[in-house]
Structures are given as C-alpha cells and as structure tokens.
Design a protein around this ligand. Structure first.
Ligand SMILES: [Zn+2]
Length: 311
C-alpha cells in the first residue's frame, strides 16, 4: 500500500491506496503554521493511516507547494509554507521510519494525469493546473521533467506579454501566464471590472458571494457579458502560453485542470482557438483535454510518486 500527501497552503489532504490506486482511506486537515507543527501533523497522519492499512505501507509520496531541489531534496523556495531549507523526505522518513519521496505539487498533479488520468496514453504531455496560481508539469518520454536542479517546468511563468501586469505572488516578472489565467489574476481583473460596472451582475455577485474566480465563473455562466469577457481574456492568455510551450515541448496533449478549468468552454474554447491560431502548423493538432482529476490530483499523484519510488 502507499500513502500520498498533498500539502497545500491552507489544508493537507492524504490518501491511503492499494497498489492499483484504489482509495482505502482519506484524511483532510488544516495546514498548521509552523514547521514543527507541519512535521508533527504529517507524522501523525502517516501513523494513523499505517494502522488502518491492511498491508504494509511501502512508501510515502508528498506534494508540496514549493520548489524542491534535486538531487538533495531540499525545499529551496516555499512561499506559503514554512518548510524552506528542510530536506522533507529525510525528515519525514526519519520520523516515520518509511521511504518518503517529495516533489512539487504541480509536478505531482501532472503525474496523476499522466499515470492515471487524461494524459494516460501520451508519451509527451503538458499539464497546466489553473488554481490560485498556474502550476505546470511536463511529461517527456514518459517521465516527469525536472530541469537541471529540480526547479523545472514552472510553466505558469511563461511570458505571455512582456509589458503585461505584474505577476502575482513572489515572481518578479510581468505578463506571465499566471498574471492572466490564475484564479488570483481573474479575481483582480474582476475587481477592476466591478469598479467600471458598479451596478452590474458581476459587482453585485462579488459583494454577495465573494470577489473570487468562482463568482466570476458563476456570473459568466448565467450570461453576464462582463464576466464572460474576463474568462475569455484568461483563455486568450492560456492559448498564447500553450503555443509558446508547444514550441519547447512538442506535446501530444495539453491537459487543463484546476479550479479555473471548471469555467469549461467559457475559458477553454478561447484558449483552444487562440492556440490553434498561433501554433506552428506541426503543433496545431495537439490535443487539448480537460483534466480527469480535480482537487484529488495532488494526493493521488503523491501516491503514484510513492509507487514509482517503491518499484
Ligand atoms: Zn511569473
């Protein structure tokens, strides 16, 4: 059996699976603030799941919202989580007495789509996760691409417009894909649109239900052209970014997932149209498909990471 753990900025999701990725047990907890508390929580989760396991737990996989240096396993950069400098695999391995493998959360989600999801039949794939930020993973020759020191495939920071808006979060760049197609970027654009249309459906819904990308999607789906335009612009940027990525990776398939992908055709049709307009002719036929997995991609991918390590 295997344990997969997805550590998010606000919550930790863990799963116990059998060797065929069938879910035997699940756990969800709030992410504690301090490094010690995070490590203690992870150790307790592993202990509890190992007790409920009906066969030995062979390895543990962990996805973190952090840049994980290779081959050392040191967490080199972690903005939302107090784990910077920690060699998490060693630390958790010592505390649990088990084999632990750690990778970036977007890489782990990409692994889930490749091994068990929408990119299952592809040897070369680009997986974009449109959440609070834009995470990405590239599968090349059937394996996750990590770059020279493990920092590879930060696909959300591909530049769509060099003079574009500042990238949200800790990136010093401008006009990155993340500055257009992330939930954060769409929420920011929606706030500006609400100032321009203070009595419109979008402004009213944001006051009632919250100024986030989910509200934008709901209002757009109800037919509001202002909200629909925001999603169309995010989709445009996505298509531009994908055409740039196609030139680098030549993928057979693009997989689009994460909370923003729930906007469906209102976002993805624009992305696909812009991609087909811009891609070099040999790339233009790449398949563009929605992700199979939702929020569970992280923990299932982490379990798959563990399986790979135990193989
Ligand atoms: Zn950026």
């Amino acid at each position: 059996m295997f344990i997969g753990i997805d550590i998010g900025g606000t919550k930790i999701a863990a799963v116990l699976t059998d060797d065929a990725l069938n879910v035997i047990d699940e756990a969800r907890l709030a992410t504690p603030d301090t490094q010690d508390e995070v490590l203690e929580t992870l150790t307790a989760v592993v202990g509890g799941m190992a007790m409920r396991a009906t066969a030995p737990v062979r390895a543990i996989g962990v996805g973190v919202p952090s840049m994980v240096e290779r081959p050392s396993g040191r967490i080199a950069m972690s903005v939302n989580l107090d784990l910077e400098g920690v060699v998490l695999a060693d630390e958790l391995g010592r505390r649990t007495g088990r084999r632990v493998v750690v990778d970036n959360d977007a890489n782990v989600a990409a692994l889930a789509e490749h091994r068990a999801g929408a990119a299952r039949d592809a040897d070369t794939a680009v997986i974009l996760t449109l959440g609070t930020g834009v995470g990405g993973g590239a599968i090349l020759g059937g394996e996750l691409f990590h770059g020279g020191t493990g920092m590879g495939a930060e696909l959300g920071h591909v530049v769509v417009d060099a003079h574009g808006p500042p990238c949200p979060g800790s990136c010093p760049g401008r006009g990155c894909l993340e500055a257009y197609a992330s939930g954060t970027a769409v929420a920011l654009a929606a706030q500006a649109a609400a100032v321009d249309h203070p009595d419109g459906p979008l402004a009213r819904a944001m006051r009632d239900r919250g100024a986030d990308a989910r509200t934008v999607t709901e209002v757009a789906q109800a037919g509001d052209p202002v909200a629909a335009r925001l999603l169309a612009e995010a989709g445009w940027a996505l298509g531009v970014g994908m055409s740039a990525l196609a030139n680098v990776f030549n993928p057979e398939v693009f997989v689009l997932g994460g909370g923003m992908a729930a906007a469906g055709p209102l976002l993805l049709d624009h992305a696909e149209a812009e991609y087909r307009r811009r891609a070099l002719p040999p790339h233009a036929g790449a398949r563009i498909v929605p992700a199979r997995f939702g929020p569970e991609a992280g923990m299932l991918g982490a379990a798959l990471l563990a399986m790979g390590a135990a193989a």
